[in-house]
Structure formats: C-alpha cells, structure tokens
Design a binder for this molecule. Sequence first.
Ligand code: KG4
Ligand code: ZN
Length: 348
Amino acid sequence: MADPAGPVLGIETSCDETACAVLTPDGRVLAEALLSQQEHAPFGGVVPEIAARAHLDHLPRLVRETLDRAGGGPLGGVAATAGPGLIGGLIVGSCFARGVALARHVPFVAVNHLEAHALTVRLPGLVPDGLAFPYLLLLVSGGHCQCVAVEGVGRHIRLGGTIDDAAGEAFDKVAKLLGLGWPGGPALERLAAQGDPKRFALPRPLLGRPGCDFSFSGLKTAVAHLVAGFPPGPLVAQDAADIAAGFQASVADVMADRAGHAIDMFAARHDARTLVVAGGVAANAALRAALAQAAGRRGFTLLAPPPRLCGDNAVMVAWCGIERLRLGLSDPLDHAPRPRWPLEALAA
Ligand code: KG4
Ligand code: ZN
C-alpha cells in the first residue's frame, strides 16, 4: 500500500548501467545498487541490444535486494529514467518501474535522465544549506554536452551545446585510438596524469568564439592523424600518455572558455552565481580545476556532485522523482519512454 511519506525507489537503465536506489523523501539514501555491465567490453562500446537484455537479466534481482536492504515497508513512489537513452533499456526499466508502482499502488514518475543529472547537486547533504534555483549547469556526459540555465524543476533553458560529439564520446573515442579499455574516460584521465600536455599541439575547437557551443570532432580527428603518424602497432607508453595529456588539456581549455561565455550569458539574466558541472565527464579532476578557475574569475562558484554521483546512477533518478512528487508531479502508467527527450520539452 502507498505511504506518501514512504521512500522512493529509483531505477536507471538508459545506457549500460543497471542501477536502483531507495531514498527517503528528504533525500537520505537507504540502499543503492549499481552494476556497470561488463558484457560490452569485447566490443569497445555499448551494444544496445546486449544492454537491454542485460538490464532484463539483472534488474529484477537488484531491485529485490535493494528494497530488502532498505528495510521493506510501503513505498511513496517509483521513479525510472524514461529517456533520453537507448530505447531497449528504457523500456525494460520503465516497464519494470510501472509494474512495481501498479502493484504497490504508488505514483510513477517518468524521469528525464538529463534532469536527473541536473538536479543531483540539490540532493540534501551535498552542498551546505542546499542549492536553490536558479543555477548554471554544464552537463557533460557520454551522450550530452550542453550549457543550461536551470530555473526550477521542469524549467530548463538551453544556452548552447555540442554541434557534433558529446564530451564523453570524444574521451571514449580518443581512448580507443590510444588502445585503452572501455569506458575510455577514466582510463584516459589516469594515463594523462603521466603525460606532458605540451608535447603535442592539438586544436582548441571554437575557443574564443561567441556563444557557448562546443565541437569535439575536429579534435578527435587531429588525435587520429597524430596517432597515425606513429609506427604501426601499439604506441610507446610515454607517447600515449603525452597524447592523452594533450587531448585532456585541449578539452579543459575549450570547456573553461565555453563555460566562461555561458556564465556571461547566464549572469546577464540571473543574479545567482553558481556553476554546476554534472554528468560522467564531471568526474574528471583536470576539467573541474579548469572550470573552477573560469568560474572564480567571474565571481562564480563551481559545484559538482561527488564523482560517484557524476556518472549514471539511480540515486539521482530517485532524487529527481522526489523533487517532482513534492510538486505533485507524476506520470500515467501508460507513459511511453523516449530515446530523444530534450530538457526544454519538460516545460510543456
Ligand atoms: O553520465 P554518464 O555516466 O553516461 C551518460 O549519460 O552518457 O557519462 C559517461 C561518460 C563516458 O563517456 C565516460 O568515458 C565519461 O563519462 N567519463 C569520463 C570520466 N569518467 C567518466 N570522462 C573523462 N574523465 C573521467 N574521469
Ligand atoms: Zn548520464
């Protein structure tokens, strides 16, 4: 039976993480589980059909165990990522969530994955006294790269974004060129720590241009040409590290520049002075440092979720559900998941 003050179950299945979490309405994590699917490793990237089947294999057990660890009892609601993402996984997670909501007679919340990333930093306890709206968000993940003015739940204004690859996608593709495993971002960051960022001059796409759009495909191509110039076979470790460091420095410079422009655009319309970086790529320490500097120069403070909440997880999905339920927002049980679902569409 429903208990409006009961905890909320969150489910995340939009890509290759199968995750669930149970949070009290005031944001305390009672239990959580996160399984990064290993099934994709041999393919060097996420295979959508394999992801959907793996979600189907793992999700029921993970949810049962997580609910048990949370202590059982009535729920206050069920929230699941319903887009954007890989449609097979979205169908698995959201159908399962709607089944639980139906069986438990509790409201269902169809969570927009981007909004879940956007609101994570409002999770109680992450920022002293909490973070109020509005704030400027730089969302950098495997599938997305955009600057957004977050004015409230369901109220997001896009200021700019990538015109080709997402930031994480660029990290993953360059990591692949360097012979690193999947996912490439964390491995590339570790390798870059051993390298000289100045040895190879790589382009800084759109640096200094007006606005806050991004472009990464030219940088990726420049790395591909650079790698092709070395003798065939695996790169010498130091060469690979220097390329990784050069690439990461280029992304950091570009991000700091673009975020600076986004800050100017945001500050022209809002009094708030917070830049939030979220999404898987936000775990990167070099990028955080560059963004903190760019923010500080303009009187802004950079905030970011802890690294474990930057990448895909279900805590953020449950929290997004809680934020929506508080406002009386829930969704019908015939809600259809969507592979494409821009943040701006939430206003409607
Ligand atoms: O948010 P996320 O888990 O999934 C999406 O919604 O896309 O982001 C995953 C992306 C991957 O591209 C991964 O390589 C990247 O985040 N990533 C990183 C780091 N950790 C994860 N990129 C750079 N440095 C990192 N430390
Ligand atoms: Zn994500």
